[in-house]
Design a protein around this ligand. Structure first.
Ligand SMILES: [Zn+2]
Length: 660
């Protein structure tokens, strides 16, 4: 087995900055341990501790050498087995990989005690009840506070400075992140401990090609050097932010409620936020009880974290197949020996890009470790046995020569590559949503018959479809569906989104069209976009290039005549004096509405300039509640400073602004 040198100069720099000097280990041994984790049972205690310290510092420095799961389940577990009372286990895990002044923390930041089973949490609850009884509190009146445990970078904000957790007592001043524009959830500084996090979906979409993991990304926000343009962008888009715990949505209830509905509550809380979550935190709220229970040097006794074990499987790779996306990026898809994981049979997994396939040796016969947690698509966590990877040099679809663009292989035959064309057309009809029958099978068949553009599809007559081998009935249907998609009313932002310009998803399209009329988008310049603060500069440039690429096709398709509903411009609303109280506000509708279908109310709110969201965050302005809304949902929203209003209050608010 060829061993990879994943321990490199970057790692040495981080260790040096963290003040770690290798004493019992050397580079070669570190590489050996990383490559063969089982080797750990044979090393001395000193080496084990040193390896843990090294792994910890590198993890915090943004260059992890082993996965979180391995750190816990192999290395930390080995130490616990050998010496459960070792000071490494009881002290707060150290961190010191960042430059900046070392300062005493205003309040010590302790770790949270972690448990991995429901049984252990129930046992902790019993202890709570016992302590409460000890000091004469009524057990039935106790409240437990439950919040998601963010998997970000822990820091403390005293309103003046932001500190890393450091060793729990002394941290590093990293206030520079705020001068870099990092936003605070809830908008207020000085809210104490929290985490620097990045929106999961945003990370997957825009950052995962550039950063191996979110940990890596979080470190580059903090690190003292020129800010990476992608990081800068994410900060400007508020996809990355500092999230104080006090702003976190939470569930609160009695110990009995928690016992009775443990699974339901933990699942609910897990999904409160759109950031990486690696557990659930339970804590008691009664101050007297907190004082009585106190803390160890490591954690508070009145607080506990529940980390469910992620399911893992060791699987053999059968082959890795390239797939060309509509943008020309070639994605590696690993075909696996079918394996059961979290109750689902998995036979495919994606590797991020071909650079990863090459670097990690993901080839036919490789043995990999697969991890699946919650709803996340399985990802390749670790390669146990490498195999020679197949790196394609030709596009699997058009056979043209592929080129490397940083970590990705790209097919550059835009407009000629079948996969790109077919996926583009599929995206168009999928996004319009008002046309049936144009799935991949139909589009494939049309492509075979030389119909390669959206415009050409709209030009087809019933006889053309029949000539291509579609049945009589189906041909009729396809023609009437195409007609329907042009006559039925369609939001103009949706129409634009259907062309799949990179960085112009649904929300961005709507946002863009609130500033610029659809007819004028091709005249936009990068200066216009940044001056009007529509998008940050880098996004603007990507979007403008993408718009030029679709321009011809867009203009001729639009000329076919679609029944487009124009997005209201902000300037128009203002001019008409019709700027509504909800313009620019983020609104969530929940529960059954009386006024109309929820979807229609959302549409109406959009016409009035509001942004519609689905889950409550610190950025939400109004939660409009219909019938059957749980009290918890309301309390959670109120706690976050969200205005909770009834449907009637909402209607009063927008009365006079509704334009029919
Ligand atoms: Zn191609």
């Amino acid at each position: 087995m060829k061993q990879k040198k994943i321990f490199n100069q970057d790692h040495r720099t981080i260790l040096k900055r963290s003040g770690i000097i290798l004493q019992t280990l050397n580079d070669e041994e570190i590489i050996n341990i990383i490559n063969q984790p089982m080797y750990v049972s044979m090393i001395s205690d000193d080496k084990l501790i040193e390896f843990l310290r090294v792994a910890n510092a590198l993890y915090r420095g943004g260059k992890p050498i082993i996965s979180d799961a391995d750190y816990d389940s192999i290395f930390l577990a080995e130490l616990k087995k050998r010496n459960p009372k070792h000071e490494f286990l009881t002290s707060v895990e150290p961190e010191a990989a960042f430059e900046g002044a070392k300062v005493d923390l205003p309040v010590p930041m302790l770790s949270t005690e972690k448990k991995t089973s429901k049984k252990e949490i129930l046992f902790w609850l019993e202890g709570i009840e016992k302590s409460a009884t000890d000091i004469g509190l009524n057990v039935n009146e106790l409240r437990v506070h439950v919040t998601p445990k963010l998997d970000g970078f822990a820091a403390y904000d005293d309103g003046r400075c932001l500190y890393t957790r450091g060793d729990g007592r002394r941290g590093t001043d990293i206030s520079r992140v705020f001068s870099r524009g990092l936003a605070v959830a809830g908008g207020k500084r000085g809210r104490g401990a929290g985490e620097i996090v990045v929106d999961k979906e945003y990370f997957e979409k825009y950052l995962s090609d550039h950063f191996e993991n979110t940990r890596n990304f979080q470190s580059s926000i903090i690190r003292e050097k020129t800010l990476d343009p992608y990081v800068d962008e994410a900060i400007k888009e508020k996809a990355a932010l500092f999230f104080p715990f006090s702003e976190m949505p939470s569930w609160e209830g009695s110990i009995d409620e928690l016992r009775n509905r443990f699974e339901g509550i933990t699942e609910e809380v897990w999904n409160y936020v759109t950031y990486d979550v690696d557990g659930i935190i339970f804590e008691v709220t009664d101050i007297r009880l907190k004082e009585y229970m106190g803390s160890t040097s490591h954690h508070h006794r009145w607080q506990i974290a529940y980390k469910t074990n992620m399911e893992k499987a060791i699987v053999k790779v059968i082959s890795v197949k390239p797939q060309t996306s509509r943008s020309g990026r070639v994605t590696p898809v690993a075909e696996l020996e079918p394996t059961k994981l979290s109750g689902v049979t998995i036979s495919r997994a994606t590797a991020h890009h071909y650079a990863m396939v090459k670097e990690k040796g993901i080839g036919p016969g490789a043995i990999i470790e697969l991890v699946r947690s919650g709803m996340v698509i399985p990802k390749i966590e670790r390669v146990i046995t490498r195999a020679k990877p197949d790196i394609p040099d030709k596009c699997p679809s058009c056979g043209s020569h592929l080129i490397w663009d940083t970590d990705n292989l790209i097919c550059t035959k835009v407009g000629h590559c079948p996969a790109q064309i077919i996926n583009t057309i599929e995206h168009f009809f999928k996004t319009l949503r008002n046309v049936d029958g144009f799935g991949l099978a139909t589009i494939d068949k049309l492509f075979e018959n030389g119909v390669k553009t959206i415009y050409d599809i709209y030009m087809l007559k019933e006889d053309d479809f029949k000539g291509f081998g579609f049945g009589e009935k189906q041909s009729q249907n396809l023609v009437s569906e195409l007609l329907r998609s042009r006559t039925q009313s369609l939001e103009d932002w949706r129409f634009l989104a259907a062309f799949g310009v990179h960085r112009l998803g649904h929300v961005s399209c709507e946002h863009l069209l609130q500033h610029v009329h659809l007819d004028n988008i091709f005249e936009l310049t990068s200066e216009d976009i940044t001056r009007k603060k529509i998008f940050a500069k880098k996004t603007a440039e990507i979007i403008l290039k993408g718009l030029q690429d679709i321009r011809n096709e867009f203009e001729r398709v639009k000329k076919l005549g679609f029944n487009l509903e124009r997005t209201k411009l902000f300037s128009e609303l203002r001019k008409e004096g019709a700027i509504s109280p909800i313009t620019g506000k983020q609104i969530i509708f929940t529960g059954a509405m009386k006024h109309g279908k929820r979807e229609e109310m959302e549409k109406e709110a959009r016409l009035l300039g509001a942004k519609i969201a689905k889950s409550v965050t610190g950025r939400t302005d109004f939660l409009v509640t219909g019938e059957d809304v749980g009290i918890k949902k309301i309390e959670t929203a109120e706690k976050k400073g969200v205005r909770v209003i009834t449907e009637l209050e909402y209607l009063d608010m927008i009365r006079g602004y509704i334009k029919k």
